[in-house]
Ligand binder design. Sequence first.
Ligand SMILES: *[C@@H]1O[C@H](CO)[C@@H](O)[C@H](O)[C@H]1NC(C)=O
Ligand SMILES: *[C@@H]1O[C@H](CO)[C@@H](O)[C@H](O)[C@H]1NC(C)=O
Ligand SMILES: *[C@@H]1O[C@H](CO)[C@@H](O)[C@H](O)[C@H]1NC(C)=O
Ligand SMILES: *[C@@H]1O[C@H](CO)[C@@H](O)[C@H](O)[C@H]1NC(C)=O
Ligand SMILES: *[C@@H]1O[C@H](CO)[C@@H](O)[C@H](O)[C@H]1NC(C)=O
Ligand SMILES: *[C@@H]1O[C@H](CO)[C@@H](O)[C@H](O)[C@H]1NC(C)=O
Length: 268
Amino acid sequence: MFVVPVLFAFAIPFVAAQSNDTAVQIEAIEAHFTQADLVPELLATFNPSAALTINFDGVGDVSPGQALTQDQVAPTPTITIMPANSSVSLSGNFTIAMVDADIVGANESNITRHWLVNGVTVTNGQVSNSSATAITSYAGPAPASGSGPHRYVVILLQQPSSFSPPSDFSQPNIGVSQFDFNGYVKNSQLGPVVAANYFTVEVGTSTVSVSATSSVQSSTLASVSVTKTSSSVAATGTGKAGNAASQAAKSGLTSIILGVAAMAVVLM
Ligand SMILES: *[C@@H]1O[C@H](CO)[C@@H](O)[C@H](O)[C@H]1NC(C)=O
Ligand SMILES: *[C@@H]1O[C@H](CO)[C@@H](O)[C@H](O)[C@H]1NC(C)=O
Ligand SMILES: *[C@@H]1O[C@H](CO)[C@@H](O)[C@H](O)[C@H]1NC(C)=O
Ligand SMILES: *[C@@H]1O[C@H](CO)[C@@H](O)[C@H](O)[C@H]1NC(C)=O
Ligand SMILES: *[C@@H]1O[C@H](CO)[C@@H](O)[C@H](O)[C@H]1NC(C)=O
Ligand SMILES: *[C@@H]1O[C@H](CO)[C@@H](O)[C@H](O)[C@H]1NC(C)=O
């Protein structure tokens, strides 16, 4: 019985030695995407090789799922990409997209395109659009009043030389509209998804019931499981209470991860 905790105590510095802040950040983003049902509702699978940071003027870096106001997300954000490790290459062309995946539990056939730029590059971690084509220029979120907290997902996809956009998305300056994101990705031969992140925007008081989100089992996170913490971050419930719980769970999750990272550093 007493052997197990001792083994895990030794395991902590070992794991810390091969992970770093970026790895922890990527793992947190993955957990948030699963918890917010973006995986598998929007993305069937999600194995990012880099961390994507969304930064709005006047807000700063956004944490995964952070609730922001319509005004805060009006300007075009700056996107930063940090590779998981030195063997991840960020050369070549990429496509950046932002879609409104509606509220948790929404019918995912109703995705709205807010941003779609082909041919962006990653230079010193910054997404640059200097030789890019803006099919849809960034259009700040404006969810209908009372329609609940919409999830806005920013996604960076590799754009291989075989990329071939469908004719209805091959010219710039197409406004915001409904979008079959997965159909577009498949038909244009984009991918894989390199990195993604999301935030939420809600306008007015919700008149819809937001589906319960699944709880985040912190024991399933590799950087957390080494501590054998038995706690799971509950994020169940419906409607506004469920959403508040989910927000709380999200900050709790981040604290747990950062807490473990900090502890591991001390032990080293
Ligand atoms: C680097 O990160 C990628 C993507 O997460 C992963 O597949 C690969 O195993 C990692 N390589 C090393 C040496 O850690
Ligand atoms: C930590 O992440 C950086 C990229 O942010 C990468 O260059 C470095 O190799 C990583 N270190 C380890 C030990 O994985
Ligand atoms: C990136 O896109 C540009 C055109 O925008 C093209 O000239 C170049 O060959 C592309 N690079 C790769 C690696 O696909
Ligand atoms: C989602 O909505 C579309 C039409 O908007 C409908 O055809 C489809 O059956 C709906 N799917 C579910 C699971 O409700
Ligand atoms: C689809 O989403 C848009 C934007 O959020 C919204 O205006 C529209 O009412 C939605 N349609 C359906 C059928 O849910
Ligand atoms: C590039 O980004 C700037 C600043 O966000 C924006 O004003 C410009 O329209 C963008 N150009 C393209 C091609 O996306």
